[in-house]
Ligand binder design. Structure first.
Ligand code: ADP
Ligand code: MG
Length: 240
């Protein structure tokens, strides 16, 4: 589904991603881990065209992301993104947050958008919060709304950038549970995370980045038990 070839990204003279080649299959859950500043967010943002690669190529469903603007718009609609800091629309209710993009960007009728939105709120356990405003919600609830909002566009691929890092510890689990359900439903997911338990349990594959390089990738079981590289061993020693 995603094919990344020799992807590099520079900010000025700073080489932030260096020659990354990997591919991600439909239905796969991939966890990206690595130290702070290793390029995890930049990699994710390249997949969503929030950043333009300096060199290399990214194909999603056979379409090169350096395609025309119109194509890019289309491809982007198929990708949902969830950030550390929720980014909900504060002046809209929870329901309106979920209805906005499908109506605006896809021309879905209000009645249908609302039906879908209520269904998704049910799915993330927040049906009773439909008419609440984001600032009245807990962090965990906000993040579940953000996930539901991304799903309202019916994406083929979901990107998560440290979705639980800004949460109080007691709220991490409720968000991870929603992500776990999503993974079980067959969604293709790329998740930047510091939750090693989640990576180990839910991911099909782990990518370890360090200093912009894809140092190691493998199945969680073998990666966590027997990391091949010194750098991955060092990292795991610090976080586990
Ligand atoms: P991570 O998510 O692994 O912590 P990032 O992808 O955010 O790492 O950042 C990798 C490197 O790229 C860091 O050195 C960061 O300072 C730099 N960087 C990220 N975004 C920008 C930007 N927009 N402009 C300049 N430098 C950036
Ligand atoms: Mg980051």
């Amino acid at each position: 589904m995603i094919d990344v070839q020799a992807l590099s990204k520079k900010f000025g003279d700073n080489l932030v991603l260096s020659d990354i080649t990997t591919s991600i299959q439909k239905g796969e859950v991939v966890a990206i881990i690595g130290p702070s500043g290793s390029g995890k967010s930049t990699f994710l943002r390249c997949l969503n065209l929030l950043e333009t690669p300096s060199s290399g190529s990214i194909e999603i469903n056979g379409k090169n992301l350096t395609a025309s603007k119109k194509e890019i718009h289309k491809i982007r609609q198929q990708i949902g993104m969830v950030f550390q800091h929720f980014h909900l629309f504060p002046h809209m209710t929870v329901l309106e947050n979920l209805m906005y993009a499908p109506m605006k960007a896809k021309g879905i009728k209000k009645y249908d958008a609302e039906g879908k939105a209520r269904q998704l709120l049910e799915r993330v356990g927040l049906a009773q919060k439909a008419d609440a405003y984001p600032n009245s919600l807990s962090g965990g609830q906000k993040q579940r709304v953000a996930i539901a909002r991304a799903l309202a566009m019916e994406p083929e691929l979901m990107l998560f950038d440290e979705p639980t890092s800004a949460l109080d510890p007691e709220m991490v689990k409720e968000v991870l549970e929603v992500m776990k359900d999503l993974a079980k439903s067959g969604m293709t997911m790329v998740v930047v995370t510091h939750e090693m338990g989640f990576a180990r349990e839910v991911a099909d594959r782990v990518l370890f980045l360090d200093h912009g390089a894809l140092v190691e990738e493998g199945e969680p079981e073998s990666f966590f038990k027997h990391p091949a590289s010194e750098r991955a061993r060092d990292f795991l020693d610090k976080v586990l």
